[in-house]
Design a protein around this ligand. Structure first.
Ligand code: PHE
Length: 341
């Protein structure tokens, strides 16, 4: 009987009423003539003497709890009625939860890249998206017949072949070199444009972060160590890097960098095409011609540069399979990204 009363007490305490009728039903159920309490008092007569005191107290508790509950509920609904008439607001109601937007995945990764490099002293520099030939190509040692200048790759401004949408943010680095003296340690994040057909793997607008470090005695080993630090910060402590010889007009020697596949840990999967490696950036030692073009003495100074596509890093980090998703503004896609960056 003790247990029965205890469970009735907890039922009463957790009882929820939506209106005054519900409260009245509760009263009748427990305190009415044929109510639970009357039955319990009948049953109480058979309780052995040594338990009477305890069970009796519990019975009283139950009765008081029901009475209190009914009273407060009725009071509440009465008050509600008169307040409704006055059309007042219930200040104790929880407020409507405002859904905050999330950052675009490209912004998240861009900010993360910037934050990783700023920890080792790189500062952010920005430049114009509409560039002239000098800053986008010539100063960077592109020979006049280089295919990247071709109409197929570059968006030129009509009737003026000297003006184009920048094809990389190396143009910003030229501006920094022209405008300051070494040591230079800078990264240039920004939007770039190439005349390419849009597909799952290519887009005519994308984002880059390029880096430049110029000082006395900067070596390829510095480049390698900087990029290893970046790869580990970005993809995890166990990440390994691999440099493959490559070619860029503005760096010599040049390399492309792969990181060990962060999906399979290097074992081989369909993301890394079973090679265990993913290509993420181009890099190299700044060609002395470029330094001279920008007014820096190439006998005194050396430097390294690197450049990466933010879309590509984001694809690898979040397993995004189609570049076009970044531009469609589909909330089902965007809502999945939350970040401290
Ligand atoms: N500018 C190159 C690109 O857009 C990337 C790069 C930057 C390569 C610096 C080497 C050094 O592909």
């Amino acid at each position: 009987m003790k247990q029965k009363i205890e469970s009735l007490i907890s039922n009463v305490n957790s009882f929820i009423a939506e209106n005054a009728d519900h409260a009245e039903q509760l009263r009748l159920k427990y305190l009415g003539k044929k109510g639970i309490l009357n039955d319990l008092f009948v049953e109480f007569k058979n309780v052995p003497a040594e338990q009477r005191k305890e069970v009796g107290l519990l019975l009283n508790d139950l009765k008081n709890n029901v009475q209190d509950k009914v009273n407060t509920l009725k009071e509440k609904f009465e008050q509600g009625k008169s307040e409704n008439k006055k059309e007042s607001i219930d200040l104790s109601l929880p407020v409507d939860y405002k859904v905050l937007g999330t950052r675009h995945p490209i912004s998240i990764v861009r900010n993360e890249i910037v934050s990783i490099f700023s920890k080792i002293g790189f500062v952010v520099s920005e430049g114009p998206e509409i560039e002239n030939d000098w800053h986008n190509f010539s100063a960077l040692n592109f020979p006049p017949e280089h295919p990247a200048r071709d109409m197929q790759d570059t968006f030129f401004i009509e009737k003026n072949p000297d003006i184009a949408l920048r094809t990389h943010t190396s143009s910003v680095q030229v501006r920094v070199m022209e405008g300051s003296k070494p040591p230079i340690r800078t990264i240039s994040p920004g939007r770039v444009f190439r005349n390419e057909a849009i597909s799952a793997r290519a887009h005519c607008i994308f984002h880059q972060v390029e880096g430049l470090y110029i000082d006395k005695d900067v070596s390829f080993a510095d480049l390698k160590q900087t990029l290893l630090y970046f790869a580990k910060e970005m993809f995890g402590e166990k990440t390994q890097i691999r440099l493959r010889p490559s070619y860029f007009p503005f760096t010599e020697p040049s390399a492309e960098m792969d990181v060990s596949c962060n999906i399979c840990g290097g074992k081989g999967c369909n993301v890394c095409k079973y090679t265990g490696w993913l290509e993420i950036l181009g890099c190299g030692m700044v060609d002395p011609n470029v330094l001279e073009n920008c007014g820096i003495d190439s006998k005194e100074y050396t430097g390294f540069a690197f450049g990466m596509g933010v879309e590509r890093i984001t694809m690898l980090k979040y397993s995004v399979k189609d570049l076009r998703l970044y531009f469609e503004n589909d909330l089902r896609f965007l809502n999945q990204f939350e970040s401290a960056y």
